[in-house]
Design a protein. Structure first.
Length: 457
């Protein structure tokens, strides 16, 4: 209660863009907790205790004056060091330095989906060329395919393009498989890893390869151990959300021919419960797993590169939206995840949109940069899906946009995405006959067997 009083005495926080926001102690707790996680700590109560000391110190130094965010961060460093948390302080200092570099590079990041050298330029050019050859460079072109009754043909063309991606990926993996014991399918959220993994495995099985699956999601820490923001949202998108030490240990044992007993993570309870099926890799067999962070160095540390093959998935759509800018790949993946999470996990669509900032932050820092190290990149864009998404999600985004920002209080980033996608959907003709969706398409991974429009979130 005493520290709650101290928190109320603090004025406002001056952000780097000079905007003024209320002080929220939860942000200090999360900053300390994230730094602790980076060095192996997961004591939320200790983070809370240290945040209380930061709050008290800020009141003692600044009283009720407004405080610049840099001064708050300076105080966090000081409190961590003064309380013998040098390693956590170092992690926090490195975090600040990383964020500074991100701010300095932000303008260049605005110019492209990835920014800098992490753009898979060759694959992007292939996608652009495909769009040109099939006459869908813009959403107007896409609408014209519907008007000219050639939309069903576009479905076949798009599916053929994706299946060719799978075939080429399988061929490359076969050529490089003489010493491989592990195939990793990585990529950002809802990029089509699961379906691509299944289809690649089918191709390689036909060539005599035998695969043993490993479900990396079972290595999540319990949900309550993840950082939680002031809105009650957990950040489980970072590499630190996974028990990297155990995962890496198990992978090394598997490659060495030992049997391991992975944990089992229950997504309904948000906890590990017992063990999953044991995993044993016999001579001649190949381990296969898909994970957002599959190409993170900590995952396969200690395993020689020649034993690993990696595949990266991303919907590399090259199509201009109604205002002339290219449709963002992250927006395509948001459509997919929103629909899938509602269907499979019972998550309210509005919560998925609000949570997306964590998805985006993690992929820009930890996932997308790894694409340049992949042996194969698979373009999972299905251009024909946009009119279907317009039908399934258009009314939902329209209702959000029309209601104003009231439903997105404290989530400006989410409302900006809502407005962008609402405008996109308003300019794409709806395709209502979902029976045209192929049964074996990647799109089914997200829409399921009998998709219906989402009208409330």
């Amino acid at each position: 209660m005493q520290n709650k009083s101290a928190e109320s005495k603090i004025g406002h926080i001056i952000k780097r863009d000079s905007s003024i926001v209320p002080f929220t102690k939860t942000r200090v707790v999360n900053a300390i907790y994230r730094a602790a996680i980076a060095v192996g700590g997961r004591d939320n109560k200790l983070a809370e205790k240290l945040a209380n000391k930061v709050t008290t110190a800020l009141v003692e130094r600044f009283g009720s004056k407004d405080i610049h965010v840099e001064e708050v961060q300076d105080m966090i460093e000081k409190v961590l060091i003064d309380n013998g948390k040098a390693q956590t302080a170092k992690a926090f200092i490195l975090y600040r330095a990383e964020r500074k570099r991100e701010r300095e590079n932000r303008e260049s990041l605005k110019d492209s989906e990835y920014g800098g050298s992490t753009v898979p330029w060759k694959k992007t050019w292939e996608s652009l060329n495909w769009s040109y050859e099939h006459g869908i460079m813009t959403v107007k072109d896409l609408n014209r395919r519907i008007e000219e009754s050639s939309y069903l043909e576009l479905i076949r063309e798009s599916e053929n393009a994706y299946n060719m991606e799978i075939s080429r990926a399988a061929e490359i993996l076969i050529k490089r498989s003489s010493s491989a014991r592990m195939v990793i399918i990585a990529g950002p959220s809802s990029s089509g890893k699961t379906t691509s993994t299944i289809k690649i495995a089918e191709h390689l099985k036909n060539e005599g390869f035998v695969f043993v699956p490993l479900h990396v999601d079972n290595y999540f820490f319990d949900l309550h151990l993840h950082p939680r923001d002031e809105h009650g949202d957990f950040d489980y998108e970072t590499p630190e959300a996974i028990d990297m030490e155990l995962l890496n240990s198990d992978l090394n044992k598997i490659i060495a021919g030992e049997e391991v007993h992975p944990p089992f993570f229950n997504f309904k309870t948000g906890k590990r419960e017992g063990h999953a099926e044991p995993v044993l890799l016999k001579p001649g067999e190949i381990l296969l797993f898909d994970s957002h962070h599959g190409m993170h160095p900590a995952v396969t540390e200690g395993i020689p590169d020649e034993l690993k093959l990696s595949v990266y998935t991303e919907p590399l759509l090259q199509m201009r939206g109604p205002e002339g800018a290219y449709i963002k790949w992250t927006d395509i993946r948001l459509m997919r995840r929103l629909f899938r999470d509602r269907r499979d996990r019972g998550q309210a669509p509005i919560d998925t949109v609000k949570h997306w900032r964590y998805v985006r932050r993690a992929e820009l820092r930890h996932i997308i940069p790894a694409s340049i190290r992949a042996d194969v990149i698979i373009n999972t864009a299905l251009p024909y899906a946009l009119p279907i998404w317009s039908y399934l999600l258009g009314d939902l985004f329209s209702s959000w946009a029309e209601s104003g920002q009231s439903d997105f209080s404290g989530h400006t980033h989410a409302f900006e995405r809502v407005k962008r996608l609402d405008y996109l959907f308003k300019n794409i003709k709806k395709w209502k006959d979902v029976s045209v969706i192929p049964e074996d398409t990647l799109l089914r991974e997200f829409v399921g067997s009998s998709p219906e429009p989402v009208v409330n979130g």
